[in-house]
Design a protein around this ligand. Structure first.
Ligand code: GAR
Length: 185
């Protein structure tokens, strides 16, 4: 049985799909939802699934305290589901090729610093892209540059607002992220 930890900073709709997917699995269990925001809605979602939660600050992430906690819990895979802080090198070293991120665009487009959440969808709209999508990738020290595991695209039409683009991207994320994680374990 693989042990998963989810790191998330916000609403946690992806985290919820993952907890739902693995709740009766014999392959993996979500053992922890950790957030850098004490008021993140993801913590309430974890409660619904009786998954333990942890709140940490940037200093605890950067000092290696979070890494030590994940190791102590014998976590096998770290899943970033809307986690907005940079992952420090000690964490990538402690979990080589075992940290997975979801990015709401077709990397290498719309990746890098400042490209998260609605910023990505606004940039896609401003560039009048005809498609966007999701990228699921392993995390190395250079944030959005780890090995790509999976991508899926969705068309963008002229009438689509950034909010509508976000909805389309969330649909893809919810459909594919849990399955792709399962395929990695
Ligand atoms: C998701 O769309 C995810 O791809 C994005 O944040 C959203 C979180 O939604 N992640 C990034 O932008 C990371 N660069 P959720 O909290 O409802 O799962």
């Amino acid at each position: 049985m693989k042990k998963l930890a989810i790191l998330a900073s916000g609403s946690g709709s992806n985290a919820e799909k993952i907890m739902e997917y693995f709740q009766n699995s014999t392959k993996a269990q979500v053992k922890l939802v950790a957030s850098n925001k004490a008021d993140a809605y993801v913590l309430e979602r974890a409660g619904k699934f009786h998954v333990p939660t942890l709140v940490f600050n940037k200093a605890q992430l950067e000092s290696g305290e979070l890494t030590a906690e994940l190791k102590k819990m014998e976590i096998d895979w770290v899943i970033l589901a809307g986690f907005l802080l940079k992952i420090p090198a000690d964490l990538t070293r402690a979990f080589p090729d075992q940290i997975v991120n979801i990015h709401p665009a077709l990397l290498p487009k719309y990746g890098g610093k400042g490209m998260y959440g609605m910023n990505v969808h606004r940039a896609v709209k401003a560039a009048a892209e005809q498609e966007t999508g999701i990228t699921i990738h392993l995390v190395n020290e250079n944030y959005d540059e780890g090995k790509i595991i999976f991508q899926a695209a969705t068309p963008v039409s002229e009438e689509d607002s950034p909010e509508r683009i976000a909805e389309k991207v969330h649909e893809l994320e919810h459909r594919f992220f849990p399955e792709v994680i399962a395929s990695l374990l």
